[in-house]
Design a protein around this ligand. Structure first.
Ligand code: PLP
Length: 365
């Protein structure tokens, strides 16, 4: 863990904060990622000087030179986690130091500066405390936190990474990802496009990975599917991820998830599911699975459930699979019992209705 140098936050109260009535209107139907709270966090970095000018200010637009490096070369990365209002009234986040550590792993790959882990977490705490009224009280709703970092040097040269950066955190109230209950998704196996190759940026949470993925996601939708499934870069045969989520395959009481080879994003939900599965007495393994094995497992009935997991949608069942040479269903196409059990177990820890033996929950206020 990297520790904080002395960085104190300047706090500037918003003069145009929404009224309680305006806020309640948003919180009645927050959707996902379209409404933002009244404040935001910014910290600047300058080579030679380090991190400076930490501040909490009113939420609002940025003014940047058109030559700013991030616009041209996409030197950018982000994180995603949630603040939950627990049954007893406390507001908590889930494993924020894991997000801080992953943020720094992404930063190293993108030739960007690391941020001390406790500054990362303090930023989240400060913003959530300030905008605590924005943490929804409705069951299953949360406040989505989006820390990110951009290269801010206004220069088009590419022989050296930017010498200046800005770290920011914004927050957005999030409704239940599924309106009207958990619905299984249909997935499209992408053979035309590759998300990540060895030596690339697959393990880093950088915007560029998403920029390159939209065309495949659009193709999935054009083929009548909800999400794209990424396969390995060499043979387009081994399963890696689904959109912005990790995948799990259930064989009776055994769980299999693709191993972290460097081309997959190391999901914190994925890691939590591996631990929870063991707690529930299930066997959980990291390995390799081809699309032929996926299909054969579903046809023989050995492969009983498939689900995807990530912070935004928690755990989502996969109901059917489609590719250029046909498709198949997983089980009977409805959410499987283990998928739902793991989903409920994880949410119970997050919302404080079950014990937290692994100290995952981090109290904010
Ligand atoms: C963020 C992300 C995930 C899920 O990570 P969590 O930490 O579980 O939210 C999975 N895959 C990709 C590509 C991601 O960007």
């Amino acid at each position: 863990m990297t520790t904080a140098p002395q960085l104190s936050f300047d706090v500037q109260q918003s003069e145009s904060a929404r009224t309680p009535a305006e806020r309640e209107r948003v919180l009645a139907d927050p959707g996902f990622g379209t409404h933002f709270t009244d404040h935001m966090i910014s910290i600047d970095f300058t080579e030679g000087r380090g991190w400076h000018d930490a501040r909490l200010t009113p939420y609002g637009p940025l003014t940047l030179d058109p030559a700013t490096s991030v616009f041209h070369y996409a030197q950018e990365l982000f994180e995603g986690l949630k603040a939950y209002r627990q049954a007893g009234g406390s507001i908590v986040t889930f494993r924020p130091y894991s997000n801080a550590a992953r943020f720094n792993q992404s930063a190293a790959r993108m030739a960007m500066p690391e941020l001390p882990e406790d500054v990362f977490v303090e930023s989240l705490e400060l913003l959530v405390q300030k905008d605590r009224e924005w943490v929804p009280t409705t069951e299953g709703h949360s406040l989505y936190l989006r820390p990110f970092m951009i290269a801010t040097q206004p220069a088009l040269g590419v022989n050296y990474p930017s010498r200046t950066y800005r770290f920011m955190v914004i927050a957005s109230p999030a409704g239940a990802y599924f309106t009207g209950g958990v619905k299984p998704v249909s997935v499209w196996l992408s053979r035309d496009y590759t998300r990540a190759a060895p030596g690339g940026t697959g393990f880093a949470k950088c915007g560029g990975n998403y920029a390159a993925a939209f065309v495949a996601q659009r193709q999935a939708v054009e083929n009548g599917c909800d999400q794209v499934v990424w396969l390995d870069a060499f043979e387009h045969r081994y399963v890696e991820e689904m959109g912005g989520m990790n995948l799990f395959f259930v064989y009776g009481d055994r769980l299999l998830t693709p191993a972290l080879t460097g081309t997959l994003l190391p999901g914190i939900t994925r890691d939590s599911v591996l631990t929870l599965a063991a707690d529930l007495g299930l066997k959980a393994e990291e390995g390799k699975l081809s699309i032929e094995e996926w299909r054969a497992g579903c046809e023989s009935g050995e492969l009983t459930e498939v689900f995807a997991c990530g912070t935004a949608a928690v755990i989502t069942p996969v109901g059917s699979v489609k590719g250029t040479d046909g498709g198949w269903t997983v089980g009977d196409g409805t959410p499987g019992p283990l998928t739902m059990r793991l989903r409920e177990s994880l949410m119970a820890v997050q919302y404080g209705t079950a014990p937290d033996p692994h100290d995952w929950v981090h109290k904010i206020c």
